[in-house]
Design a protein around this ligand. Structure first.
Ligand code: PLP
Length: 355
């Protein structure tokens, strides 16, 4: 078995893969594959209901919110959010904490005015901007909770007088959150929730229906809610595997228990990066991500041989994003602490060889 540190599509629990594989051949003993049943069948409706129920349970979603499983990835949400929430004569506030935030705000400009209230672009996004005031007259504040490429994470969400919209693609279900603090949360499934192909949206119902532009049906949250995420054929398999993964999170003791494990994994890995003379961290200490751990080498010439040794030891997917360089170890929910120990061991072995 490989140690999968890939950033996305990311690691899934082995039990989930086994269940999904069996369901591809025979779903729940009905003699049909999950891939060939009607999305309107009672069997699939039960899957979708269970997935929605698990989201509500695991995140303690309060009354007044709807849970959707949509398509088009988080990138479609970059446009769908302003399409539904930003009137043409209004403005939205964006914190630019990375490339995904930048892409989100670019889409918003198609729909209304965009106020970039803070950015860390000048430092190649090595920290989370914090020094800003949220304008009370904006339609919403857009945040990215975890910056997958740079390895920074918002550990304290700012107080906001306006609804907060948050892209949680790479840390959803990795830690407890207070859903009531948000107007809308979205997350592409393929980092920490399931396979690529579906996007989770949790939206506060009262925010909808306030913009009077015409919205195409597929991109209209209200229509998606009224149709229970089934305005068209939903991504049946991606929702099924997400449901299995959420059930796995529940079986591990829920999000709070997973959070403890994630913190423990991050502590071990950052500890080694700091201790080991060959490596150094990339990001501001207080903003370090517990999901994507970015680090570089003091001597860049050693990067290739280190990657080679990792490969030999079954450590996969730790090459950093091209815009940061170095290494990025993604330690999502499904990655066990033993995989982190395996990486630490290779780091120590490599340091020993290169004294
Ligand atoms: C991966 C990622 C995205 C893009 O997701 P897609 O589903 O590929 O559109 C957006 N935001 C964040 C924070 C991501 O990590």
């Amino acid at each position: 078995m490989k140690h999968n540190f890939g950033a996305g599509p990311g690691i899934l629990p082995h039990e989930v893969l086994k269940q999904a594989a069996a369901a591809v051949v025979d779903f729940n003993g009905i003699g049909l594959s999950i891939l060939e049943i009607s999305h309107r069948s009672p069997e699939f409706e039960a899957v979708l209901d269970e997935a929605v129920k698990l989201v509500k349970e695991l995140l303690e979603v309060p009354e007044g919110y709807s849970v959707l499983f949509l398509q088009g990835g988080a990138s479609t949400q970059f446009a769908m959010v302003p399409y539904n929430l930003l009137a043409g004569n209004a403005k939205a506030a964006y914190v630019e904490s990375g490339v995904w935030a930048n892409k989100a705000l670019k889409e918003a400009k198609y729909f209304g005015q965009v106020d970039v209230i803070a950015t860390s672009k000048e430092s190649n996004f090595t920290y989370i901007p914090k020094d800003y005031e949220v304008p009370a007259d904006a339609a919403y504040l857009h945040l990215t909770s975890n910056n997958t490429i740079y390895g920074t994470q918002l550990h304290h969400f700012p107080k906001s007088p306006i609804p907060v919209v948050c892209d949680m693609s790479s840390d959803i279900f990795s830690r407890t959150i207070n859903v009531a603090d948000f107007g809308l949360i979205y997350a592409g499934a393929q980092k920490n929730m399931g396979p690529a192909g579906t996007t989770l949206v949790i939206v506060k119902d009262e925010l909808l229906g306030k913009v009077d532009r015409k919205i195409p049906s597929m991109l209209d949250y209200k229509i998606q809610i009224d149709n229970g995420s089934m305005y068209n054929t939903p991504p049946v398999f991606a929702i099924y595997v997400s449901m299995l993964t959420l059930a796995w999170v529940k079986s591990k003791g829920g999000v709070a228990a997973i959070q403890k494990e994630n913190e423990a994994k991050a502590k071990v890995l950052y500890g080694e990066i700091e201790r080991n003379p060959l490596f150094k961290p990339v990001c501001a200490t207080e903003d370090r991500s517990n999901m994507n751990v970015c680090f570089v080498m003091e001597n860049a010439e050693l990067e290739k041989p280190f990657l080679k040794l990792c490969d030999e030891r079954g450590i996969i997917g730790i090459k950093g994003h091209r815009s940061v360089g170095g290494f990025r170890a993604s330690i999502y929910n499904a990655l066990s602490i033993n995989s982190v120990y395996a990486l630490v061991e290779v780091m120590q072995e490599f340091a020993e060889k290169n004294k």
